[in-house]
Design a protein around this ligand. Structure first.
Ligand SMILES: [Zn+2]
Length: 261
């Protein structure tokens, strides 16, 4: 993939965000996204085996009024650590719970802790999902496999060594190394995110921010998120939920979703 901006002249840029784990602080993320007109997807488990709080059904419905909701297993457990039968139970139970709750199809899924393999991906597809998000980062495009949707950056300040390790372990393409260079340039989290987003729009026109609201709460990153979204909203890019990001690229649906806030 080339890194010349000219390659992408005329290509429309797209931003998406995603938020994992269904913690009650998702309501605060939703509020900030709405304030800045940025779209996103919330991946919500039915409960959390690690004891972390999850939203009440009414709260999930509230978030769903403005944002896409995706599946994230019944108990928030890694699907590669169990039999396929157990994995199926985890996925189906959560999907039907969400669909009953929301009265609509839930088409997106996020692998817990980003753990997936070929069997798990096939299972998620067979159980009726249309796409699944991983935690692969530093990506400036949705990629070609809708069941391995990557991200660009987590809203969390990792040390440089972690970004470097992620880049190497996830396959260091020219695209990822270019984004990595932007991230490693130093500065605080918002500065790094800003550079990463600018770089992504320059390379391939796509930027995917993801995070955990419980992490934002734990590290008091709310002002930072507010500041970053305030900058993001002025970029010359449309904003879509995850479903619009990948389906758009795969050419399955029209780009109409792009106009959504
Ligand atoms: Zn999770």
């Amino acid at each position: 993939m080339g890194v010349m901006k000219a390659d992408f002249a005329g290509a429309r840029s797209l931003i998406t965000t995603s938020w994992d784990d269904g913690h009650p602080s998702d309501l605060r993320v939703a509020e900030l996204l709405e304030k800045h007109g940025i779209s996103g997807t919330f991946y919500v488990p039915t409960r959390n085996a690690e004891g972390r709080k999850v939203m009440q059904p009414a709260e999930v419905r509230q978030v769903a009024r403005r944002f896409e909701i995706g599946g994230h297993t019944r108990d928030h457990v890694s699907l590669t650590d169990m039999s396929l039968l157990e994995a199926e139970d985890q996925i189906v139970s959560n999907k039907s719970w969400l669909e009953d709750l929301l009265g609509q199809e839930v088409s997106g899924f996020a692998y817990v802790r980003g753990h997936h393999n070929r069997m798990v991906r096939q299972l998620v597809r067979r159980l009726g999902f249309r796409y699944a998000r991983t935690v692969r980062n530093l990506s400036a495009s949705p990629g070609m496999d809708r069941f391995q949707m990557p991200t660009t950056m987590q809203f969390f300040a990792h040390p440089n060594a972690i970004y470097l390790r992620n880049c190497l372990s996830g396959g260091p393409s020219l695209e990822r190394v270019t984004v990595l260079r932007a991230v490693l340039g130093g500065g605080d989290l918002v500065t790094r995110l800003t550079r990463a987003a600018e770089t992504c729009l320059g390379i391939a026109g796509h930027f995917h921010l993801w995070g955990h609201s419980w992490e934002l709460e734990e590290h008091q990153l709310w002002d930072d998120l507010d500041r970053f979204l305030g900058w993001l909203e002025h970029l010359p890019a449309g904003s879509v939920p995850n479903a619009g990001w990948c389906i758009d690229r795969a050419g399955v649906a029209t780009r109409a979703g792009r106009a959504l806030p």
